[in-house]
Design a protein around this ligand. Structure first.
Ligand code: FES
Length: 169
């Protein structure tokens, strides 16, 4: 029996489209291993919610996957791809892992902090950008790199960063 069974169901917090997306992820695993879809399911729930996960939404995902809510919380808090508070319209995620670090990610991050006037983890006053420091995004050959929303930008320079930011609504 699910631990949430004594409380009101939260599954209704997931939209029909989100549930359909999660179902497609679940179908990739054996029927008794629904929980294996937790990372994808959290990503889908986060997208539904304007880029961040509320506690209730995490619980809805856990309930949908028939897993303990605490386990879904652990995944959501461990990985930097998830945000647990409201974010800006664009997430600027700067990789600071080893290849990017050796190729100047500190300079890129400093430039962004100065330009946006925020520290990593913060959102600009108008709600346009959230700046994040993230682990390796698997594009080490293009270091230093950042991901803005779902797009990768590689071989960054401060000038290139300016161009990218200016191109966003
Ligand atoms: S170290 Fe930056 S993408 Fe891998």
């Amino acid at each position: 029996m699910m631990p949430q069974s004594s409380r009101a169901s939260k599954i209704g917090l997931l939209t029909v489209a989100s549930r359909a997306g999660i179902d497609r992820e679940i179908a990739k695993y054996p029927p008794d291993q629904k929980q294996a879809a937790v990372m994808a399911a959290l990503r889908i729930a986060q997208e539904q919610n304007g880029g961040w996960l509320s506690v209730e939404l995490i619980e809805a995902v856990a309930e949908y996957l028939e897993m303990p809510a605490i386990a879904a919380h652990e995944v959501a808090t461990f990985y930097s791809m998830y945000d647990l508070k409201p974010v800006g319209r664009h997430k600027v995620c700067v990789c600071t892992n080893i290849s990017c670090l050796l190729n100047g990610s500190s300079r890129i991050m400093e430039h962004l902090q100065k330009k946006l006037g925020v520290q990593p983890g913060e959102t600009t006053a108008g709600g346009k950008f959230t700046l994040k420091e993230v682990e390796c995004l698997g594009a080490c050959g293009g270091a230093p790199m950042m991901m803005v929303d779902k797009t990768y930008y590689e071989n960054l320079t401060p000038e290139k960063v300016d161009e990218i930011l200016e191109s966003l609504d």
